[in-house]
Design a binder for this molecule. Structure first.
Ligand SMILES: C[S@@+](CC[C@H](N)C(=O)[O-])C[C@H]1O[C@@H](n2cnc3c(N)ncnc32)[C@H](O)[C@@H]1O
Length: 325
């Protein structure tokens, strides 16, 4: 299977606020930082005028190939294979100096990645234990598990998987790998399931550990932090930052980032006027949004999705590097 049902598409489109009729937007640049299988990109292109640009980014070579094939004839689309943590240099290299009016992040993995056994993300279908979104760089989950210490494994599974049996899971992994290398997803799922004592309703006992390893192998939280920071630096005044998260660790990063960047520095808040470079850079737009009943019924994945939106204010970035951002 090579498909992905996009979530909160109309909500994301509304939030990006694309109006191809206005002068400010006619030649604008929009960024889909997580192309996947292009559900959001396709909808952005419907709204974008003939002179607009869409920069479609994905770190997964298969997603990039799918994007290049699907939009080969659309001159408005530039497809780039990269991690969105490097967004600032990507916009500089491919944005043609256009004002960036909107950036969409739809975090996590796509169904196309989860459903392919050979990508090694799934505890449901057996495959090589890889889990890299970009298999051309970094180390696979199997490579990491072969040499990580007990404490490192426990930390990753406890922190990123919020697994209360992280200690037992880590010990089981270390014992199992002493007998034979852990190289398959089914093998790992079995080791983890035997170590997790309780059963959460409707949840495979390996869910939390697999999620943790996937997030670690791809440095997903680090990427989100870098991507959000870069978005702030490339967005034009009035440009929209739209982020869709699927679990609490992602959403907490987005929420805290948007809150911090939309409030004055608490140490300076009481001053009659904020010094240049210290006024907030963002303004929150509306409250967090979730999928409606119909979408939740049709696409169970949408049930955990949370969309947050902020708008770039007309505030210059602090001149000195190494400041608060
Ligand atoms: C949830 S899917 C996006 C689905 C997409 N919005 C659609 O409609 O098809 C997430 C995608 O983002 C990509 N991705 C995740 N983290 C990334 C990162 N740091 N840089 C670039 N792409 C990333 C994944 O490879 C995956 O294809």
């Amino acid at each position: 299977m090579d498909e992905h049902t996009p979530v909160l598409v109309e909500e994301a489109l509304g939030a990006l606020h694309i109006d191809a009729e206005t002068d400010a937007q006619r030649h604008a640049l929009y960024v889909d930082a997580t192309y996947g299988r292009g559900g959001h990109s396709a909808r952005i292109l419907q709204a974008l005028g003939p002179s607009g640009r869409l920069l479609a980014i994905d770190r997964d070579p298969q997603a990039v190939a799918a994007a290049r094939e699907r939009f080969a004839k659309d001159q408005r689309v530039v497809v780039v294979h990269a991690a969105f943590g490097t967004l600032e240099s990507l916009v500089a290299a491919h944005g043609e100096g256009r004002a960036c009016r909107g950036i969409l992040f739809d975090f996590g993995v796509s169904s196309a990645q989860l459903d392919q056994a050979q990508r090694g993300f799934s505890f449901q279908v057996d495959g090589p234990l890889d889990m890299r979104m970009d298999p051309t760089s970094g180390q696979s989950a199997a490579q990491w598990l072969a040499h990580a210490s007990l404490d490192e494994i426990r930390n990753v599974i406890g922190t990123l998987g919020e697994e209360r049996f992280a200690g037992r899971v880590a010990r089981a992994i270390v014992e199992a790998r002493a007998r034979e290398p852990i190289t398959r997803t089914a093998q790992l799922a079995q080791i983890v399931s035997a170590a997790v004592r309780t059963r959460e309703p409707g949840k495979n006992p390996a869910t939390r550990s697999f999620q943790a390893l996937r997030m670690f192998v791809n440095d997903e939280l680090g990427e989100i932090e870098r991507g959000l920071g870069a978005a702030l630096r490339v967005l034009a005044t009035g440009g929209r930052l739209v982020a869709i998260s699927f679990h609490s660790l992602e959403d907490r990063l987005v929420k805290n980032f948007m809150r911090r960047e939309s409030s004055p520095d608490p140490l300076l808040a009481k001053l009659p006027m904020l010094p240049p470079g210290y006024a907030p850079l963002l303004q929150l737009v509306g409250k967090k949004q979730r999928a409606g009943e119909e979408e939740r019924r049709a696409n169970p994945r949408s049930r955990s999705a949370i969309l947050r939106v902020a708008e770039r204010l007309d505030t210059p970035l602090p001149a000195v590097s190494g400041g608060r951002r």
